[in-house]
Design a protein around this ligand. Structure first.
Ligand code: 3PG
Length: 215
């Protein structure tokens, strides 16, 4: 099974991608394990700290059963680095042709951020068939996504940015949504307090919401 097929199969049963923003390897690994215990096995580690790539690599090496990707990837050099260090998928806030071309060439699934018809069309022209929709709530939320989905009929979307337990079901109700991403599953307060049970419970709640939205 290719990584893309594995990702799609897992997202079909638990269409939620939690974000981890960490600067400590131990914390990152514990957070990933807490999410996994709660039923989420696809993890995006965002490159927003100097230690993020080390944290991502540690999760890859020290956990099992997870698919780990890198998010907030801005440049081709970063895409090369994260893939070399074990990222199985790449997420960008926007669409950069060079990053898209590199990931396609490497056969690494890419979720590039889009928020307008022009960006989705450019992603389509580059050969992408799944994109991130970011920042989902500010970019028009569900109504905008419905409008984009009606014209880009082959495109699937991963709304991220402002998604939470309170609106997850609305996004998942759209057939074009492959999954939702978000940081609501890894609240800084719980991580700072070392309360990983909170994270496991948030993951379980998300899995339940998804199950009800897509029976
Ligand atoms: C992202 O990188 O995708 C967003 O910053 C996530 O947005 P959120 O924090 O609102 O979930």
């Amino acid at each position: 099974m290719s990584i893309e097929q594995d990702l799609e199969a897992r997202l079909a049963s638990a269409p939620v991608v939690p974000l981890i923003g960490a600067s400590d390897i131990g914390v990152a690994v514990q957070t990933a394990n807490a999410l996994s215990t709660g039923g989420l096995s696809i993890i995006e580690v965002v490159l927003r700290t100097d230690e993020a790539v080390d944290c991502m690599e540690a999760i890859v090496k020290q956990t099992s059963g997870l698919i780990v990707g890198a998010g907030t990837v801005l440049t081709v050099a970063q895409a090369e680095e994260v893939i070399a260090r074990g990222a199985q998928f790449v997420v960008c806030p926007g669409l950069v042709d060079g990053v898209a071309e590199y990931c396609l060439k490497q056969n690494v699934p890419l979720y590039a951020g889009t928020m307008t018809a022009g960006e989705v069309q450019r992603a389509y022209a580059l050969g992408l068939r799944t994109v991130k929709f970011f920042p989902a709530s500010l970019a028009g939320g569900v109504p905008m996504l419905k409008a984009l989905s009606s014209v880009f009929r082959e495109m699937r979307f991963m709304p991220t940015g402002g998604v939470s337990a309170s609106n997850l079901d609305e996004f998942l109700a759209l057939p074009s949504v492959i999954a939702c991403g978000g940081s609501w599953l890894t609240p800084a307060a719980a991580i700072d307090a070392g309360d990983y049970e909170v994270i496991t419970n948030l993951a379980r709640e998300a899995v339940e919401i998804a199950g009800a939205a897509r029976p």
